[in-house]
Design a protein around this ligand. Structure first.
Ligand code: ADP
Length: 348
């Protein structure tokens, strides 16, 4: 066995490595610097390395180097380093000084985007929680006055029916319609906020029997629409049965609803995809313009007026919340006029 070739590690490293003299010049810089900041090794060696350090970080860098020159080892100090395009990247350094060589050895990690990602994830989580809380409070507090409106409208209808003229009777019907619609919106908003708030069970759920149960519950609308429903072999997944029922049910309800009038044809299948199961609920209905394939998953977003197709626009938002809480995704693939395939994944 020959001598180990440590030099190769230097060139192979995915993170930037550097050795610098106590004279303030870089001696060796690994190729990873060029990939992260754009500087070649020659360029880095040409000028004192402080030139590459953000002016506000230089004092700190010098203090670190002074300690290293005394033979210290220092960990996790952050410096902003200027790239070839003039922008600064944030690097985390571990370094050691070797006084008898007059050198310091440093390994760096590019963490420019780390803070940003964490911040964005935290922001997103916070805004989701706020949205759920808002949805809950709004729907809860709105139902109370609405109950009052609907109660008194019923009283007016029952006690004053014979004293109201035709116009008044018609206006009353509009009021009742409006109230009912509002109640439906609030009810669905409340169930949306519950999906995010509920404690999630993690039990084995056999999707075949679950889908059968969903279909039995919908037998009336299946008969009424003369629908054909085919169900393939479905696996067992881990999750919350009651939420998965809602997920499947909302998709099947839509598949039966958004047809051009012909009897609906629905296929429910699953296929293994790596460490996930990919489920599909396919219909031959009106389809969805790809332009709207993200929007339909947002709360209250619908592509039709309530008179064309009834609904509140919450169903798919609930589906998305459920899929994501289970660590999966949901999306639609559709050809307008030919049908839609709603796909969702669940971890196997
Ligand atoms: P709702 O069904 O109450 O309108 P959803 O959130 O379930 O609310 O759906 C949002 C919108 O997405 C629907 O209004 C419809 O425009 C569209 N959509 C959903 N499912 C289908 C489908 N299977 N085929 C065509 N369009 C659909």
């Amino acid at each position: 066995m020959g001598e180990p070739h440590y030099e190769e590690f230097f060139d192979l490293s995915l993170d930037p490595l550097v050795t610098a003299g106590f004279d303030g010049y870089i001696k060796r810089a690994s190729p990873a610097w060029e990939r992260t900041l754009g500087w070649s090794e020659d360029e880095l060696r040409a000028v004192p390395y402080t030139e590459f350090i953000h002016p506000d970080d230089r004092e700190r860098a010098v203090a670190e180097v002074t300690a290293l020159a005394g033979g210290a080892e220092s960990q996790d100090f952050e410096l902003r380093i200027r790239g070839r395009d003039g922008s600064y990247g944030v690097f985390l350094f571990n370094a050691i000084g070797v006084p008898d060589q007059g050198l310091l050895y440093a390994v760096a990690k590019d963490i420019t985007h780390r803070g940003e990602l964490e911040r964005r994830a935290a922001d997103l989580e916070r805004s989701n929680e706020e949205l759920e809380r808002f949805a809950y409070v709004a729907s809860h507090d709105l139902s109370e006055p609405l109950r009052m409106v609907s109660g008194f409208v019923s009283l007016l209808q029952s006690r004053y029916a014979d004293r109201l003229d035709d116009d008044a009777g018609e206006f009353m019907r509009y009021i009742v319609d409006g109230v009912e619609r509002m109640q439906a919106l609030i009810r669905d908003l409340l169930s949306y906020s519950r999906v995010g708030r509920a404690e999630l069970e993690h039990e084995p759920v056999a999707m075949g029997p679950l889908v059968q149960r969903v279909l039995e519950g919908m037998q009336t609308s299946i008969d009424e629409t003369d629908a054909t429903i085919e169900v393939g072999d479905l696996p067992t997944v881990r999750g919350d049965a009651s939420q998965l029922v809602q997920l499947v049910q909302n998709l099947v309800v839509n598949a039966l609803k958004f047809t051009g009038g012909e009897p609906p044809v629905v296929r429910i299948t699953a296929a293994r995809d790596g460490d996930e199961w990919a489920f599909a609920v396919a219909d031959e209905g009106i389809g969805i313009d790809p332009e709207f394939d993200e929007r339909i998953f947002q709360v209250f977003q619908r592509l039709h007026g309530p008179n064309e197709y009834p609904g509140t626009g919450v169903g798919l938002a609930i589906c998305r919340a459920i899929a994501e809480r289970h660590g999966g995704r949901i999306w639609v693939e559709s050809t307008p006029g030919e049908g839609s395939v709603f796909r969702f994944t669940l971890p196997a």
